[in-house]
Design a protein around this ligand. Sequence first.
Ligand code: GDP
Length: 691
Amino acid sequence: MMILTKKMIEIRSILQKVGQSSTLTLPSIVVIGSQSSGKSSVLEAIVGHEFLPKGSNMVTRRPIELTLVNTPKGQEEYGEFPDLGLRRITDFSSIQRTLTELNLAVPDSECVSHEPIHLTVYSPNVPDLSLIDLPGYIQVVGANQPLELKQKIAELCDKYIQPPNVILAISAADVDLANSTALRASRRVDPRGERTIGVITKMDLVDPIRGAAILNDKQYGLRLGYVGVVAKAPSTPGLFKIGHTNLMSTITKQENAYFSSHPLEFGPEAGVNVGTTTLRKKLMNVLEQTMSSSLQGTSDAIKQELEEATYEFKVQYNDRPLSAESYLAESLDAFKHSFKQFTEEFGRPQMHELLKNELDQKVLDLLAARYWNKPIEDLSPAKPDVDSIYDLPKADPDSLYWHRQLDASTSALTKLGVGRLATTVVASSIQAHIDRIIGQSTFANHPFARDAIMEATSTILNERYYSTSDQVENCIKPYKFEIDVDEREWGLGREQVGNVLKKELKDCESALGSLESAVGGRRKLKEVMGFVDKARKGDVIVEGDGRSGAGGFSAALLARGREAVFLRDRADIIKLRLMAVKSKQCAGINNKYYCPEVFLNAAASKLASTAVLFLNVELLSEFYYNFPRELDLRLGRQLAPSEVEKFAREDPRIRHHLEVIRRKELLELVLEKMESLRQLEGRERERRGGA
Ligand code: GDP
């Protein structure tokens, strides 16, 4: 009939997974006793192994929910910590170490924690039992322990000794029962002694007559009675640690020897219960009875809980099924769909535009360095301009100086590392787009998936980076020697550079505007700009380098003034060049030395077009092909079920949805098991009644 307990323990573990309400549980046996009453010794005698933490420093700080599972004869004995994922630990001293670590992890300042440790022991030698070991009651608070410790332990124990649990109250025979903390605690919650089993340890330490009297105690009468034991583990001298499987038989032998040597007090005629074997049997019977009598109540509670879960599922989620896997698959599909859309919108024209913009900036820098900039690093008089840009329109067509300027600029443009620049620009843009797509997808709420996708992106791009930039660099190589621009390209370049210059002009003007407001108005800026101009011409003497201010202007103001003068001059030059670009002189390719802006723009376009051809093959197509596959790998096949679960739970809404479904399923499962159990029990009762 023990099958009933086994099944109910199974159900109990499932209920633990449901979590939430504590009413949804089947009874367990709660072990209480004061420190050194022999509580650990009794538990170890029942299990047949030393496995509990030992030591003087309050070693039990958390409840240990111990489930014993009887396995068929001849099978290995082992323990498991399901919460830690620790399976099949056959070495019980390793279980002891783990328990010690888990307990000592509770800081000294707190001393006890309500969070239980779950341990399951499988063995052919144990009965199916569910036991809870609690910190021992203490009489005196130690020096380094918090004052409220006594209170804290009592509170923790009180939580567990509530009905329907069975209380195993441990008291030592050599302490007066009236002083037993365990019995006092049990009396408070079970005044009529209906669900308390008394265990009297250390029977060998008192006179047998007195021992027998304790077991027959009527003052603290318990319906389930007292059991006397001698559970002390034999001391283990030196290296010869006692064979673990022997603990049970050693203790049994030791008890038999002791109790049978006092037949008058403890023999069959004496009418007392003694020995750990008797205790083990009693625990089995009591637990089974308690479990079966709470079957109905628990089953009703589960039904109610199930109704609530079903209702919540209907109202909140419209009975929509969901699993972590389906959620991930749907999210991934949607994401790939958005990605597909992106691939249709991002191709050669877009890459060309990106790259051309980048090269336009480089061209502006080159123009500034070679043609436009005037030295104004300090307030000293300007050096007389030699071959300034203002002279260019009037220059001799064969002027070696202007020929060299354009050749040098072109060479700088083609040799600036277009391969790397182009690859970097496109790769970063792809990354930014992917990031945007993630932001608009369900993955936005999933840091794990976001990281996985970004990593997939950069892995593919990085793999292609060097070969792509080498290829691009190679294919623009001819331009490093010569760039031929035809009339059509010239015309296009002329139009485009006009726009670039106009935009640059606008930028200069808006920067000037910001400076104006920063110094407090146009007039003020004009004043300081006037001073900077005069200083450059040498009309005013500025002491030192003007860093500490001059002409009644602070150093900061002068710096702004210099910046404004620079911007104004740049704007003037750009206006001038805009006019030049629009003029007849720049209408045709023959005058390229007069129009470096147009020529460099046309050159930049050629570089961009050529680069894009290779970027498309080497980088973009490869990326478009590999990315969805990499996603499938990283967010699909490579993920363990626990990772999929973790992923889905990152989103609070999904987590809740999944939890409701899980709770509902677990409750349905439990209820089904309980129904069949009730039938089994009913048949068993009939059989017994009939027999
Ligand atoms: P706990 O603090 O309540 O867990 O108590 P322990 O199980 O650690 O036992 C306290 C001490 O009492 C240990 O030294 C045990 O060896 C000893 N002890 C436990 N049970 C018996 C017993 O039945 N007889 C004797 N003589 N000593 C025992």
